[in-house]
Design a protein around this ligand. Structure first.
Ligand code: PRX
Length: 649
């Protein structure tokens, strides 16, 4: 990413009322580094504890003993922190503004209503036999019931595993099995951009797979009333179960290190892994980052456009905002429906003050020109945020100028499913902004850049981004596979958490994320493993071998470029390309749709048989002049062949 010269200094008007100005940020950051124990002991007080923690930090990143515990003798309940404690002061305040896919559909849910419905659902779950420590899979539209389901699980100590509603039945099945879920909560259909997605049908299909018989019940929200199949004895209507329950449900006492949720994400190898997040540290961190990074002020309307199926939705639609007593907006639809002006129209309709979205959404709007925002004024906006992938300076400037009317700071927030909350980001009252840079670390976050041997690089430099010590929001393990957790994150560089990202640090100590350095793609902010897509393709009877790489894409950030070697005797037709595209969509989900498929009679391999992805990435990016050394290839002529038949994008 090119360095950008513009600097946007902190606005006095923002600094005057912000939670942190420059001096406060510097002092608090220093304290968080010098004495994490007392820093986080103080921060933990933002939550209501049943038993306050006396042991604050007990963490080890050593390869032979990765063990992460925060507040380990504390006890609390997450749903009580997000609901009960707000009732007295803000029972009648809106907790969730729901904006439907159809612009005529919206509703406000107060903290009291959310509390009561969540308690009813929690009682309903108990009546189905769901107990503390059980796992529940959620496969839901962006409707308030999704937040209620998460909170109801938290209330009774069940562990939720949310599966993004765009994933396929196979993905649902894998996750039900992986987490051993006895219950799935879903809806008849979801509605996005005017189209209906058959969630219940997908669950039905998922639950025919071997190993899914652990799942005993499916709880179904009636969202559209569309036609669905019904399995007596297994399927239950959400409202029928919930309406009859009491609105009081005693919140379970949870240890700070009891699991709160599992969230699956893609890595460079193997099937997606279920990251395990726990209770006390996660909520402390989600709440604190939400307050400081978005400078959330009492009474403001905050909108994060993510889906609850991703970690951003967990931490910054549900847990962080609700722990802080905020009003959080939940949007069912897509920014382009019914027209490209929708995002701005939603901002005006609900007088949104803080808008947190993704670079891909900004770039998609930008492609339509400045007039695309003419249908709204967006005067209510005070702050903008970006997440999910590097934001290119041009998109940053457009976001600032056109969406934010040149008056809203942009917080570019770098973090990951694994980190639980924001790690590197500006604080609006404290950090001068540079378009394209996520700027500086949050309190308690100690980043470093290392070379490939793990040597720390100082000053202005570029390298692999690692984090040197634990922070409370961090994932504790991979569900059921701690060894994989250690291998994936702590074995590349001993004693350090490896993020998988490359990064540059400039002369002011600002961090500029350059993207993944492993075989993980980031397509429209969605994270995908190349290995997952490859293994889907080779399962097709026509395919002998496949290699997947990312290539630069104007809107999506990265597109998916696939090289396919067919089995002998199979014709490389356009029909087959379509079939393979459908195959991957069906196997993984529409987000994994290939952008380009190129037939590859051979793939560039070393003599030991390793595919040289570096070369495939260059060809996909049309940088065929800079292929570097190809002399180690078993058959260099393969490369000329691929260049000659390079697919048009
Ligand atoms: O490569 C980084 C990129 O997204 C990855 C994490 O993806 P996921 O776990 O799905 O979480 C996304 C939402 C937190 C990172 O390893 N990424 C995320 N935010 C940024 C980013 N890259 C650059 N700048 C960001 N602000």
């Amino acid at each position: 990413m090119s360095e950008h010269k513009n600097v946007y200094p902190v606005r006095d008007s923002i600094a005057a009322s912000a939670w942190a100005d420059k001096d406060k940020y510097a002092a608090m950051y220093q304290q968080s580094m010098d004495d994490p124990e007392s820093f986080w002991a103080e921060q933990a007080k933002r939550l209501d504890w049943i038993k306050a923690p006396t042991k604050i930090k007990n963490t080890s990143f050593a390869r032979d003993n990765v063990d992460i515990r925060w507040f380990e003798d504390g006890e609390l309940n997450v749903s009580a922190n997000c609901l009960d404690r707000h009732l007295e002061k803000r029972g009648d305040q809106t907790a969730i503004i729901w904006e439907g896919d159809n612009p005529n559909d919206s509703k406000h849910i107060t903290y009291r209503e959310l509390y009561e419905r969540t308690n009813q659902l929690a009682n309903g779950l108990k009546s189905l036999g769901v107990k503390k420590g059980d796992t529940v899979t959620l496969y839901m539209p962006m409707i308030p019931e999704a937040a209620m389901a998460m909170l109801a699980c938290a209330r009774i100590g069940a562990v939720h595993s949310v599966v993004f509603g765009g994933f396929s039945p196979d993905a649902v099945a894998q996750r039900v099995i992986g987490a051993d879920s006895k219950l799935v909560i879903t809806a008849d259909e979801s509605v996005r951009g005017g189209k209906h997605v058959p969630l219940k049908e997908n669950v039905d299909s998922a639950l025919t797979r071997d190993g899914t018989d652990v799942c005993k019940n499916v709880l179904v929200v009636k969202r559209t009333g569309g036609d669905i199949d019904w399995k007596e004895g297994r399927d239950i209507w959400f409202d029928e179960l919930v309406d009859k329950q009491s609105t009081e449900c005693q919140a379970e006492t949870m240890n700070a290190e009891d699991p709160l949720f599992i969230l699956y994400t893609s890595g460079s190898t193997g099937a997606p892994k279920g990251l395990k997040h726990t209770t006390g540290g996660y909520l402390t961190y989600a709440a604190m980052t939400h307050q400081y990074v978005f400078d959330y002020q009492e009474g403001e309307v905050y909108w994060c456009t993510a889906d609850v199926g991703w970690v951003t939705g967990h931490s910054y639609i549900v847990y962080g905002p609700l722990a802080n007593g905020a009003t959080t907006l939940m949007f069912e639809g897509v920014p382009s429906y019914p027209s490209h002006g929708r995002m701005g129209e939603v901002v005006d309709k609900h007088q949104v003050n803080i808008l947190y979205t993704a670079p891909t959404a900004v770039r998609a709007l930008m492609a339509h020109g400045d007039n695309v925002m003419d249908s709204s004024k967006r005067d209510s906006l005070r702050l903008l945020g970006s997440v999910g992938e590097p934001i290119n300076p041009e998109a940053w400037e457009w976001f600032y100028r056109v969406i934010g009317n040149e008056k809203c700071p942009i917080v570019d927030t770098w973090w990951q499913t694994e980190t639980g909350g924001i790690m590197i980001a500006p604080l609006p009252g404290a950090t001068d902004l540079k378009p394209g840079s996520a700027t500086t670390p949050f309190f308690g976050v100690n980043p470093a850049l290392v070379d490939n041997e793990g040597h720390k690089l100082e000053g202005e430099t570029e390298g692999n981004l690692v984090i040197l010590d634990s922070w409370p929001g961090q994932a504790r393990s991979i569900w059921g596979d701690h060894e994989r957790f250690v291998q994936t994150y702590f074995s590349t560089y001993d004693g350090m958490y490896f993020t998988g990202d490359g990064c540059r640090r400039d002369e002011d100590g600002y961090y500029w994320i350059t993207g993944r350095v492993d075989d993980v793609l980031n397509v429209s902010g969605h994270r995908m493993g190349t290995a997952e897509i490859e293994s889907s393709l080779v399962a097709h009877s026509a395919v002998a071998e496949a290699a997947v790489v990312g290539f630069p894409h104007d809107i999506k950030g990265q597109g998916i470029y696939i090289y396919v070697t067919l089995n002998d005797g199979i014709d490389p037709t356009d029909e087959l390309k379509k079939e393979l595209t459908q195959w991957v969509r069906k196997d993984i989900g529409p987000i994994a749709s290939p952008d380009v498929i190129q037939w590859a009679p051979g793939l560039p391999k070393t003599r030991s048989g390793k595919i040289m992805r570096r070369i495939l990435r260059k060809i996909a990016a049309n940088e065929c002049d800079g292929l570097g050394d190809t002399s180690t290839l078993a058959d260099p002529s393969v490369v000329d062949e691929l260049i000659e038949h390079r697919a048009n994008q």
